[in-house]
Design a protein around this ligand. Structure first.
Ligand code: NAD
Length: 473
């Protein structure tokens, strides 16, 4: 049993003023793993004050000083690879495969921030004026549980690159993962107050970050509902916001695609991170005359899918993070049945032998229309809806008929055709014939999938405020 009773403010592990505890429950067994002491409003204010003081000098550091800090953090994280993978599989139930990818992603965040700093010009000429790109101020970072340390690394590395200081609020369910990254960040020896981390509840710590006038920007990843609450509060003090929200990503398989490759890829896209992924390809768009072939392929692949202990390197789908999330996924499977969709594989209940954890059966629905709730709402579990189409135009129309627009997928053996279709989809990223991550390309959503972009130059500039010096001649 682990007790996490420290938060991190101004370069030190400190005991929070808050006295409430939150239980950390194993998603794999539902046994208690430990507990975390939660910070309160005062703790959050202290963290913001530390970040505000640190900003005075940190905002004046040179790019090469900041590159050194980023290198220090990266080397501290490099020493703890196994610990990062272990704690993510244990506390969150992320599969070994996903936790390994997530660890690489953490390191890549620092590499790409260093790359940006080596190439970005903070002073530009626009028109006849000098434009100085200045650090935006203290940044509040609020993140969910589905890739906690990945989000801390991508957001913190960009903030540091920009010369900003930060107050970070991870999910209370990620406390052990947070403790590990804190140990690495502490070892990296950055100036006091550049990063502060407060464990706590969204309505307490997150709300204070959204309200406090000393926070200049919020970088949030989470649900569209909470994103809206934060944005409404943020506007009172004109905070800048970057919101990475939900998704219902379409995956268009064109009729000329190699289905023996495209369908395994589609299941990978739907069930990545056990379906708890904002970018999961949860609407599979199939030409009507290819439905039977698709069904056979899916049944065959799904029968070899390993669901179970996330520590097993062969496991494809682990448990849902919490009982609440398990129930949410069950509710949606029931909704799909009630709406008249047909279960191809999976269904309600827990897989045999996995009754103790929050395991669901990876589920594929056919006979789905794009108007059904299972095709419109983000489920955040391994549930895939197959929708058929007649023409390429109809496929694009269905793909775009959604309130979301985070990511999309297109498969075709004709790359020009795939490119043409991809260029008509209203999503921040479109993956063609594969699934990849380019840390120098922008990431973010169209429509209700968010506001703003992360990564690359656009991501960096979201942490900068331009100042134009105009000297009329
Ligand atoms: P969530 O929105 O419930 O919580 C996210 C964070 O916000 C948590 O730290 C939470 O404590 C905090 N929070 C909650 N209420 C708050 C409030 N009133 N004020 C301020 N902060 C508050 O999301 P979740 O359930 O933790 O994660 C799942 C969601 O995250 C899904 O909708 C998913 O699509 C989304 N997500 C998006 C991306 C992306 O990059 N677009 C990535 C991963 C997850």
């Amino acid at each position: 049993m682990k007790t996490i009773d420290k938060i991190y403010i101004n370069g030190e592990f400190v005991t929070p003023q808050g006295t409430e505890y939150f239980d950390l429950i194993s998603p794999t067994t539902n046994e208690k793993l430990g507990k975390v002491r939660l910070g309160n409003t005062e703790d959050t204010q202290n963290a913001i004050e530390a970040a505000k003081n640190a900003l005075k000098t940190f905002s004046k550091t040179t790019a090469s000083e900041r590159i050194q800090y980023l290198k220090n953090i990266k080397s501290a994280i490099e020493k703890r690879k196994d610990d990062f993978i272990d704690v993510m599989t244990e506390e969150y139930g992320g599969t070994f495969q996903f936790a390994s990818v997530s660890y690489d992603y953490m390191l890549k965040s620092f590499e790409s921030a260093i790359n940006l700093l080596n190439n970005y010009d903070f002073t530009k000429t626009m028109g006849e004026s000098e434009v100085q790109m200045t650090p935006i101020g203290v940044v509040g970072i609020i993140i969910p549980w589905n890739s906690s340390n990945g989000f801390i690394c991508s957001k913190l590395s960009t903030a540091i690159a920009a010369g900003c200081t930060t107050v970070i609020k991870p999910s209370e369910m990620s406390a052990q993962q947070t403790q590990l990254i804190l140990e690495c960040l502490h070892e990296a020896n950055l100036p006091k107050g550049v990063f502060n981390i407060v464990n706590g509840l969204g309505e307490v710590v997150g709300a204070e970050i959204s309200r406090n006038p000393d926070i200049s920007k919020i970088s949030f990843t989470g649900s569209t509902n909470v994103g809206k609450i934060i944005a409404k509060e943020a506007v009172n003090t004109m905070k800048r916001v970057t919101l990475e929200l939900g998704g219902k990503s379409p995956n268009i398989i064109l009729d000329d695609a190699d289905f023996s490759k495209a369908i395994p890829l589609a299941l990978g896209a739907a069930f990545m991170n056990s379906g708890q992924a904002c970018i999961a390809g949860t609407r599979l768009l199939i030409p009507e005359n290819k439905l039977e072939e698709t069904k056979l392929l899916i049944k065959e692949i799904a029968s070899n899918f390993i669901v179970g202990n996330p520590k097993n390197p062969n496991t494809a789908v682990g448990p849902m993070v919490s009982e609440k999330q398990y129930n949410r996924v069950q509710d949606y499977i029931q909704i799909g049945i009630n709406e008249g969709a047909e279960i191809l594989t999976g269904g309600l209940g827990k897989p045999e032998g996995l009754e103790n954890g929050n395991f669901v059966k990876p589920t594929v629905f056919v006979n789905v229309t794009n108007q059904m709730r299972i095709a419109r709402e983000e489920i955040f579990g391994p549930v895939l809806s197959i929708i058929t189409y007649k023409t390429e135009e109809e496929a694009i129309e269905i793909a775009n008929d959604t309130t979301y627009g985070l990511q999309a997928y297109v498969s075709s053996s004709n790359t020009e055709r795939a490119h043409r279709v991809a260029s008509q989809i209203n999503a921040g990223r479109v993956q063609i014939n594969g699934i990849g991550h380019d840390p120098m390309a922008p990431f973010g959503g169209f429509k209700q999938s968010g506001i703003g972009r992360e990564f690359g130059t656009l991501g960096l500039e979201a942490y900068l405020e331009p100042r134009a010096l105009i000297q009329p001649k």
